[in-house]
Design a protein around this ligand. Structure first.
Ligand code: FAD
Length: 295
């Protein structure tokens, strides 16, 4: 199934993102996670890909995506990064994905990993998208975008100009980096639409459920933290259970505001956390049904 075509008959998509565990010993956990996620009304589950990971680790993305399709009957999206790959390696990976009937890809450049020299074959996600469009045109491609600008772009406007290359290369649908301030997303959307980019854009939302996540997440993606969220962090920093509730509450409120403002999709960075995914899904399920009801 082509997930972008879902927008032809659904107003809002709801999707989750999971990652392959680093250790083989954690695999039972991911199977249990998927088993519990199976009941959630999600349109797709995307599986991340370690840009600097070993061959064996990369195989895990294909394996888990395949399992999501065959065992759990949910549409998978396999992430593919290109910074550390050459054309042959990408072709080999595409062949494996095709064999496993995985037809939706998240095409990414990936981050430059310290200690690993980039292969300098694909410089940007747009190069990967163009390569896939030419060599394996049946794949549906999703790309990344950044409401608060990608860290290497000097300005948001420049980043959005660059985003056009991704669309011109054949990306069908975009998912944003996580953000906590909806106003930043609305401003971004206005700019993106003004440039003529018309593909569907899903909003990436990550509930912060433990104090240990704050610094890591914020430094990794540069998302700005609104005063209201900072106050929740401060107020419940010493109470893990209350902190967790507050994080889920904030994300749910953020999602409700996005829905009220006609967002096209919510992509939940659920970090393999079943409880978070379930609580948010339960909170918005009837709202999604109402929004997606056709007249
Ligand atoms: P690009 O689109 O190539 O952009 C990178 C920089 O280059 C930007 O500053 C952009 O403005 C500029 N640029 C883009 N195209 C051009 C062009 N044609 N000419 C000139 N400049 C250009 N990382 C992983 O390792 N594994 C994952 O599974 C993963 N999943 C992700 C999922 C989502 C939804 C998001 C938002 C990010 C994900 N990432 C993942 C992180 C991502 O790999 C990094 O953010 C990376 O630094 C940029 O990837 P990109 O595909 O956006 O790159």
């Amino acid at each position: 199934m082509n997930i972008t075509e879902l927008f032809n008959h659904k107003k809002i998509l709801f999707s989750l993102e999971i990652f392959p565990p680093k250790k083989d010993s954690s695999y039972q956990t991911i199977y249990n996670t998927l088993l519990k996620l199976r009941g959630l009304p999600v349109d797709f589950i995307s599986v991340t890909y370690g840009a600097g990971g070993s061959e064996a680790q990369r195989e895990k993305t294909v394996e888990i995506a395949s399992l999501i399709r065959t065992t759990y009957h949910i549409e998978p999206v396999a992430h593919v990064t290109c910074v550390n790959s050459n054309e042959e390696e990408i072709l080999e990976l595409l062949e494996k994905l095709e064999k496993n009937q995985i037809s939706n890809l998240m095409v990414l450049r990936g981050d430059i990993t310290p200690g690993i020299e980039p292969k300098n074959v694909f410089h940007h996600a747009s190069d990967l998208a163009a390569f896939i469009r030419k060599n394996a045109p049946s794949f549906n491609m999703v790309g990344a975008c950044y409401p608060e600008r990608h860290y290497q772009a000097e300005t948001l406007d420049q980043d959005i100009e660059n985003l056009k290359h991704k669309i011109d290369a054949g990306v069908d649908h975009l998912i944003t980096q996580l953000f906590f301030d909806n106003e930043r997303f609305y401003e971004f959307m206005e700019k993106v639409r003004k440039t003529g980019i018309s593909v569907p854009i899903e909003a990436g939302i990550m509930p912060i459920t433990a104090p240990s996540q704050i610094d890591r997440i914020v430094s990794m993606c540069g998302a700005s933290v609104p005063a209201k969220l900072a106050a929740l962090f401060e107020r419940y920093g010493n109470n893990p259970a209350a902190f967790r509730d507050a994080g889920i509450f904030y994300a749910t409120e953020q999602i409700m505001d996005l829905i009220a403002n006609d967002v096209q999709g919510i992509h939940l960075y659920s970090m393999n956390n079943v409880d978070t995914a379930t609580r948010i899904s339960d909170a918005i399920q009837n709202i999604l049904i109402a929004e997606n009801q056709t007249d």
